[in-house]
Design a protein around this ligand. Structure first.
Ligand SMILES: [Zn+2]
Length: 324
């Protein structure tokens, strides 16, 4: 993907395109931002830049290096994910450290992408710091985390930190239009709103219909603020059968809640749906709900028993209403 196709985040894109045209990107970059704001996508663009062989704009999206990067098969781009067991532990980081000083295989540069660095513990971070202190030539490190504050100050001070925000629904819809040109404007905008600017999720919803997930997320949202507890329990129970379905409903709920927080804070460009749902609910309560929903979504990354999960979820969401 080209940098220009990355949604929203105008300031970050401007800074990067300036640095890219001067061929002067820093050797360590931390990308921070909430789930769904495009951290992985941007990391992929930066990685393609580092291996691209074009004399003009990089990444060009056409040279053999860019094509391999796009397919995820470039031999000089390595990715490690903190959400996968052991991938960001001290041994893995030591291996990275040893390998980083070896010359690239095909491209002029090598790239290490370290995703979800909130899972990188202090000993592993200290091992990583040693690489940053004596940075190998022609190597770029790209780290992602919800917040860079999880990283040691010494790591942060040796890196450029980029903060991403989810794109506004109309910015997200503009990107979706290029990927799914057969969908109507209304469908694109609706999916972008439901997904709270999370383009990957919006695209998934559009491809699969996503009607059921969207509707259930909305019903759950309404039930959180009802006085009776039972409706919410019935609704969350529908997540107990299928993990993929549960993940998508929770993703929708994350997007919807984020959009409602924006509406409650009086942000422009929020949808009528978000305005209606957030009506008479304070921004504070919505922010608590947003945190609870994000936490509940993360819990789904672990292999939880779905039937316990659905009951637990109902309680967690209810605690929003009780000010918890
Ligand atoms: Zn290229």
């Amino acid at each position: 993907m080209l940098l220009s196709a990355f949604a929203g985040n105008t300031d970050v894109k401007y800074e990067l395109s300036e640095a890219m045209s001067r061929r002067s990107l820093p050797h360590a970059i931390i990308i921070e931002g909430d789930k769904g704001c495009g951290k992985k996508t941007l990391a992929g663009i930066l990685a393609a830049y580092a291996v691209c062989s074009s004399d003009g704009e990089r990444p060009c999206g056409r040279c053999p290096h860019c094509l391999k990067a796009e397919k995820g098969i470039h031999p000089d781009i390595f990715s490690l994910d903190g959400n996968k067991p052991g991938e960001l532990n001290i041994d893995s980081i030591r291996n990275v450290r040893a390998a980083a000083y070896i010359k690239p295989n095909e491209a002029a540069n090598k790239v290490y992408m370290l995703f979800n660095c909130e899972k990188m513990l202090i000993p592993a971070q200290n091992a990583f710091l040693k690489v940053l202190e004596e940075p190998p030539e022609n190597v770029m490190f790209i780290l992602t985390a919800a917040s860079s504050s999880v990283l040691l100050q010494t790591v942060r001070s040796r890196s450029r930190i980029l903060t991403l925000y989810p794109p506004l629904p109309d910015e997200a819809a503009a990107v979706l239009r290029t990927r799914l040109p057969d969908k109507s404007e209304k469908e694109l905008l609706e999916a972008a709103e439901t997904a709270g600017g999370n383009i990957g999720l919006a695209a998934e919803l559009l491809k699969s219909g996503g009607e059921e997930e969207r509707k259930l997320a909305e019903e759950i949202f309404r039930a959180v603020f009802m006085s009776a507890e039972y409706p919410l329990l019935l609704l969350t129970n529908r997540l107990s059968k299928d993990r993929t379905f549960a993940v998508r409903v929770l993703d929708c709920l994350c997007g919807l809640t984020a959009e409602c927080v924006r509406a409650a804070l009086g942000a422009e460009n929020t949808s009528d749906k978000a305005k209606e749902l957030s009506d008479r609910i304070s921004a504070n309560r919505l922010t608590v709900l947003q945190k609870n929903v994000q936490h509940a979504r993360e819990v789904l990354n672990i292999n939880v028993n779905l039937s316990f999960y659905s009951t637990w979820l109902s309680g967690v969401l209810r605690s929003t209403e009780n000010g918890g």
